[in-house]
Design a protein around this ligand. Structure first.
Ligand SMILES: NC(=O)c1ccc[n+]([C@@H]2O[C@H](COP(=O)([O-])OP(=O)(O)OC[C@H]3O[C@@H](n4cnc5c(N)ncnc54)[C@H](OP(=O)(O)O)[C@@H]3O)[C@@H](O)[C@H]2O)c1
Length: 256
């Protein structure tokens, strides 16, 4: 990770869960991390925790609702002004709302699409443009996908979410191909976790927390830290090594 010391990483959804764990690890490794989410106070608390721990990097919170393009563009403008641009973009923010295909609410489908697909694509595009303008040729775009981005499980409440994660699989491979066509060495990686114990299921089932509890009680789950270590592995690979896809799941899980 030495070559990333002092360089700028954007981590979306850095207020809790996987994003918070990734932001913390990157700060520990000496990166300047811009963490964004709607709840910027939580990122500020994490920034103070990192400072107290004596980590060599820094965490800079930015408030951004990633379902709003104008907020994303304004965030990239702020990053340009204050830190020149991004070298690494970790598209982590995402959500699942339990809305089956036969009966789900359109507004909730749209929310998942706006965040998991459109927001992620805008950030990837803006990150690439930022790298290109500064002749950064060893940058990295990492998309947080899921095991459901590769198989359709018989879980009707998750089918629309599954569709958004299948899109992430296609978008990451599409990015890789476009980067290669552009003769760029910027890398694109999809990381596909199985069950990670975070706020994710509690947010999905905000009206039925017992369902979330059930989901997390079936076996030993992954932690945000496990995924953060996977991110370090991906970023730490030598610049000529392209890790296209990495699936990480709990060893006892049926969903691999
Ligand atoms: N947990 C799992 O089992 C699991 C498994 C596979 C894949 N994943 C994927 O991993 C990623 C992270 O999940 P997680 O488990 O860490 O979820 P989480 O604990 O629910 O955290 C989600 C993060 O996304 C942010 N976010 C949500 N809506 C946003 C918006 N409109 N604008 C900006 N930020 C927003 C949240 O921040 P604010 O609410 O403060 O905005 C929060 O920081 C997601 O892409 C998810 O699909 C999770």
């Amino acid at each position: 990770m030495d070559r990333w010391r002092g360089r700028v990483a954007l981590v979306t959804g850095a207020s809790v869960g996987i994003g918070a764990a990734v932001a913390k690890e990157l700060v520990r490794c000496g990166m300047k991390v811009v963490g964004c989410a709607r709840n910027v106070d939580k990122i500020q608390e994490l920034a103070e925790e990192c400072k107290k721990a004596g980590y060599s990097g820094v965490l800079v919170p930015i408030k951004c609702d990633l379902t709003k393009e104008e907020e994303i563009l304004s965030m990239f403008a702020t990053i340009k002004e204050q830190h020149k641009g991004v070298d690494v973009c970790i598209n982590n923010a995402g959500l699942m709302l339990p809305e089956p295909l036969l009966s789900g609410k359109t507004s909730n489908w749209r929310n998942m699409l706006d965040l998991n697909v459109i927001g992620l694509s805008i950030c990837a595009r803006e990150a690439y443009q930022s790298m290109k303008k500064r002749n950064v040729d060893d940058g990295h775009i990492i998309n947080l996908n899921s095991v459901v981005g590769h198989s359709v499980y018989p879980f009707s409440e998750g089918h629309f979410y599954t569709g958004t994660k299948f899109a992430v699989t296609a978008l990451t491979e599409g990015l890789r191909q476009e980067l290669r066509e552009a003769k760029s060495h910027i890398r694109a990686t999809s990381i596909s976790p199985g069950v990670v114990e975070t706020e994710f299921a509690y947010r999905a089932y905000s009206q039925e927390p017992e369902k979330a509890k059930m989901l997390y009680s079936q076996h030993k789950n992954l932690s945000g830290r496990d995924i953060a270590e996977t991110v370090l592995y991906v970023l730490g690979a030598p610049p000529h090594v392209q890790i296209g896809e990495l699936t990480v799941a709990p060893v006892e899980s049926a969903f691999q």
